[in-house]
Design a protein. Structure first.
Length: 972
DNA sequence: TAACGGAAAATTTTT
DNA sequence: TTTTCCGTTA
């Protein structure tokens, strides 16, 4: 009998049944999966019956490649090539294309899923698509969901985010309810709430020498007190929640019961459902909907389900799956005589994609979830027939990457305090962690862990990083030891640049390192993703496009003039001289006007426009071609106008793209911890361990959020009291967030674990403003941070040999100066209405005006360019007539202005300016059907007049308000 | 030592 | 907008 002392062997050789495999960092996971795959084939199973799922395309390709090496004689290569070795989304897309054309009907949607749908990959793009849909939907349903729209204040992105979130949780809308009655989840669980409330609100005591113990403020009280001092709720005094040292229990019930919740649930269902329908009509799908529709197909269509069921299934990186993917997987497992053959392999300690809705509970609660989902999937009909009670657990014990010193150290990372005196359950963590992996590589004579603290500036920290790199490269004591497959020492050699990886929590720091490396002649490659539309190339493209739209756009001129190397006083002069452009003279350099005119001449071809702009500056590298590529993609869809392109670039600034700006062969690599997952290096320098960066403290709560205990909630509320009304936070939601939103520090700690376990031999930490992680980790391991590290930064060789020319790192966008809108200035949020209905009416008028403004903007632009406007819309006809009757010398529409006042810059847009011989007239359109709020509008136009008066000091300035609906003009 | 409040600084990425 | 750090006060 063969003894299998090694758990890796156990997995590779046990083929039948359900296996949950805890495969820590560097335990040879992929290798074992391939061995197991080959063993299954050896046992006579066809590759077509073995499902192998990973999370990324790359990983799937690699697995497929490895599977073809040492292939069994029983199969041929073509069989492997066609085998289902892929990632979740590719699998779902395949199901949809082959068998999913009717899948939307399960939600009560008539639209078909065509086989040539376009997948929207880019959030910025989808957000734009969604914006258009949202405005349409809002118009149609305003009266029904007025409460929501008033609170939402056109923040459509919040709605899109909650839709995508719900889809990954397996919560889908149907025409008149929710799939699998998931809507029941939304009302929350009051009993759990009550328990939590009591638990949080238990009295806390402090020991006192004189009188024994004394009650002090409990943590719940402190949180509310904090909110009370910083938040403002118009119709509720949150101080009333505070009794002595505790939260007033009289409010217990009231906090949970929110009478707008049911409307929010219905709104969410309605817009979610309609959006799916809208996307299908446009032949679009996003990744969430692909999985959703594939799941529904398998769920409802027995034939298709049987077709896609596999005898053997394996999933790699199981900690990166979300809830719906787990369920989808269960539907694809074939019942083999009442048993399932499934192996999921992963490591909860490396679950770092929570923001993408992946959940490590899929591993930690694996057995429970199997049972729970089996029940869910069998709710109305038997779908899962195999037994899920018997789960075999395997834990890999050996590590083939790091020194034992580093492995021992890695355990500390999960017990590191993220903030001072953090109360976290580190005991449970300790238990879960289990045994420390045993090193199978003899490296402990060549290993080191140190902490370096620089002076308090980012530049000083970057200095330290480069000093350390120089030391590592030039000092003989640092040696890289390499091993062969059997674990025998193959080579010992000095360190090379490419042995070193500088990790950071943020992309930004990596980019700075890369740039600095160029200046110091130390080769550094950036291995992360780029905010393409925040690069200086994109900023210039956007600036020129804006200038094409409006030649007096100061915001557009600034980056252009900066690039032409005008200094600040000169730029200010030119911008303040924009007034003359409207008449005869201008300070704008002639060259810029000429180039703008040239661009306007080819504006029918926006791709050429972009190309021309990039050529002007000689931009010709990976960044510029990525820009052209992406814009080309947009133009080929239906979003083609200049205005829309500008909007799209604007909303894509935060989207990241994988762009290769690495051009040097032998270089230090710098990347984010997230992107380094799965990689290994002899040296890891974990940099930028600074306060508020790592651990990161930012936590955005969506305006609409879902948490299991409180259910679906809305953070905003349109509140009215006495003479005022404004959009406030919903105080009940705020309290519930404080009660139930989990700290995400556990995930930050796992990120720390991932970073540390990348290192084979040498591990260093750097910081200039030490975060709690840096401090506490040094403390836990008894290391004193080195504060006076010196080493001369020298490149190893004088000249770095590059494969091709070095591409400079793209500049990041500069922080823009503080701008204030006219609306800020008017303090528009506070209206002078005296009752709720009136206040709502004011608000409705102003938000409607916003929607309308989009239309008017385009229209005004077209009229100014004498483009024919086809519309039967009464208002547009009236507007046309109104404009033609003005008989001015010159008209300017949608004039953006920047107007310095005190220490602020006011930004605004004037609908229309008419120039006459003796005067200038400022005109503002209003779509209201009455003149109730005339006084308010007068203030607004008054500000516009001030602005214009200040620019044209020698001319009279008049103002008019044109109520389009009433067809009435009023002088102001 | 508890309580308060001002200052400072703020993200990750795959499909 | 939200959160932590940290100095001041009682």
């Amino acid at each position: 009998m063969k003894t299998t002392s090694n758990p890796q062997d156990t997995l590779a050789e046990s083929l039948n049944g359900i296996y949950l495999v805890d495969a820590g960092a560097g335990t040879g996971k992929t290798h074992t999966i391939i061995r197991r795959y080959q063993n299954i084939i050896e046992s006579g199973v066809s590759p077509a019956d073995i499902l192998l799922i990973t999370f990324t395309r790359n990983a799937a390709d690699q697995l497929k490649e490895s599977a073809m090496v040492n292939i069994s004689e029983k199969v041929n290569i073509t069989e492997i090539l066609e085998a289902p070795i892929l990632n979740f989304h590719a699998l779902c897309a395949r199901i949809l294309k082959n068998s999913g054309s009717k899948s939307a009907k399960y939600l009560g949607i008539d639209e078909e899923v065509t086989s040539n749908f376009t997948i929207i990959e880019n959030f910025g793009f989808e957000n734009e698509v969604f914006r258009k849909f949202f405005l349409m939907f809002k118009n149609k349903t305003y009266d029904k969901y007025e409460e929501i729209y008033l609170g939402l204040n056109n923040k459509h992105e919040a709605v899109l985010r909650i839709i995508k979130f719900l889809a990954t949780r397996g919560i889908f809308p149907t025409k008149d309810g929710w799939f699998n009655e998931a809507g029941n989840l939304f009302n929350g669980r009051m009993e759990d709430y009550n328990l939590r409330f009591d638990e949080l609100n238990e009295p806390a005591f402090v020991k006192n020498d004189k009188s024994g113990t004394k009650e002090k403020q409990n943590d719940f009280y402190k949180k509310i007190r904090d909110a009370a001092s910083r938040s403002f709720y118009l119709s509720f005094d949150i101080n009333s929640l505070l009794t002595e040292n505790r939260v007033n229990p009289e409010y217990k019930e009231e906090i949970f019961n929110d009478d707008t919740q049911s409307l929010l649930i219905e709104f969410t269902r309605d817009i979610y459902w309609s959006y799916i329908e809208f996307m299908l009509k446009k032949n679009y799908l996003n990744f969430e909907f692909i999985v959703m529709l594939a799941f529904l197909t398998l769920y409802y269509d027995e034939k298709v389900r049987n077709h896609y069921q596999y005898e053997y299934s394996m999933v790699d990186e199981f900690q990166d799956t979300d809830e719906i993917q787990f369920q989808l997987l269960m539907l694809m497992i074939k019942d083999s005589g009442g048993k399932a053959n499934l192996a999921v392999v992963g490591d909860w300690k490396q679950g770092i994609f929570g923001f993408r809705n992946t959940t490590i509970e899929n591993i930690m609660e694996f057995e429970n979830r199997l049972k729970k989902y089996k029940g869910l999937l069998n709710k109305d009909k038997s779908r899962i027939t195999y037994d899920v009670d018997n789960v075999n657990k395997i834990s890999f014990e050996y590590n083939y990457r790091s020194s034992q010193t580093i492995l021992n150290f890695s355990k500390e990372t999960l017990k590191t305090e993220a903030k001072k005196d953090e109360q976290a359950d580190f005991e449970t963590t300790e238990q879960r962690f289990g045994q420390i992996l045993k090193a199978r590589r003899e490296l402990d004579d060549l290993t080191d862990i140190q902490f370096y603290q620089s002076e308090e500036s980012e530049k000083a920290e970057i200095d330290i990083v480069f000093r350390k790199i120089s030391e590592l490269i030039n000092e003989k004591k640092y040696v890289c030891r390499e091993f062969d497959k059997e674990g025998k020492v193959k080579d010992e050699r000095p360190l090379r640049y490419s042995d070193i990886c500088v990790l950071s929590r943020t992309n930004n720091f990596c980019l700075k390192l890369q740039k600095e490396g160029l200046q110091r002649n130390i080769p550094v490659n950036f291995g992360g993703w780029l905010e393409l539309f925040s690069s200086d190339q994109a900023i210039l493209v956007l600036a020129w496009l804006r200038l094409m739209m409006n030649e007096n756009n100061a915001e557009a001129l600034v980056p252009i003039l900066e690039k032409e190397e005008y200094n600040f006083p000169e730029i200010r002069k030119i911008i303040s001289g924009l007034k003359d452009k409207a008449t005869l003279f201008t300070n704008i350099p002639e060259d810029i006007i000429k180039f703008r005119n040239r661009l306007c001449g080819i504006k029918e071809n926006l791709l050429r426009v972009t190309e021309t702009i990039l050529n002007r500056y000689g931009f010709n590298n990976n960044v510029s071609s990525a820009l052209l590529n992406e814009i080309d993609g947009w133009i080929k869809t239906d979003l083609i106008s200049l205005g829309e392109l500008i909007r799209l670039i604007d909303s894509s600034k935060k989207d990241t793209y994988e762009i290769d700006i690495n051009r040097t062969r032998e270089a230090v690599i710098t990347q984010t911890v997230h992107s380094a997952k799965g990689l290994e290096y002899p040296v890891i320098i974990l940099s930028n361990m600074n306060q508020s960066l790592f651990p990161n403290t930012r936590s955005n709560t969506n305006e609409i959020f879902y948490l299991p205990v409180p259910g679906l909630r809305f953070r905003k509320k349109f509140e009215t009291k006495d003479d005022y009304s404004l959009i406030c936070n919903n105080w009940k939601s705020d309290v519930l967030i404080k009660m139930f939103k989990p700290d995400n520090y556990d995930e930050e700690r796992r990120l720390l674990y991932v970073a540390v376990t990348r290192a084979k031999q040498y591990l260093y930490f750097t910081s200039f403003r030490p975060s709690q992680f840096f401090k506490h980790l040094a403390e836990l391991t008894g290391k004193e941070p080195i504060k006076d590290f010196q080493y001369e930064v020298v490149a190893k060789k004088k000249k770095i040999i590059n494969l091709t020319e070095t591409v400079p790192a793209p500049q990041l966008i500069k922080p823009s100066p503080e701008f204030h809108s006219v609306h800020d200035l008017m303090n528009e949020k506070i209206t002078g209405a005296s009752d709720i209905s009136e206040a709502k009416a004011v608000y409705r008028a102003s938000t409607e005006a916003m929607d309308h403004g989009v239309m008017i903007h385009q229209l005004a632009h077209r009229l100014a360019n004498k483009v024919k406007v086809d519309s039967d819309n009464e208002e547009i006809k009236k507007l046309k007539k109104f404009i033609s009757k003005l008989r001015a010398n010159k008209l300017r529409t949608e004039v953006d202005f920047l107007y310095p006042k005190d220490d602020k810059v006011i930004r605004g847009t004037i609908d229309l300016i008419a120039f006459y011989d003796d005067r200038i007239e400022v005109i503002d359109y209003k779509t209201d059907r009455n003149k109730k709020y005339l006084e308010k509008y007068k203030i607004q136009v008054g500000i516009y007049k001030d602005v214009i008066k200040n620019i044209y000091k020698d001319k009279a300035v008049t103002g008019k308000i044109y109520f389009i609906g009433l067809d009435e003009v009023l002088s102001v």
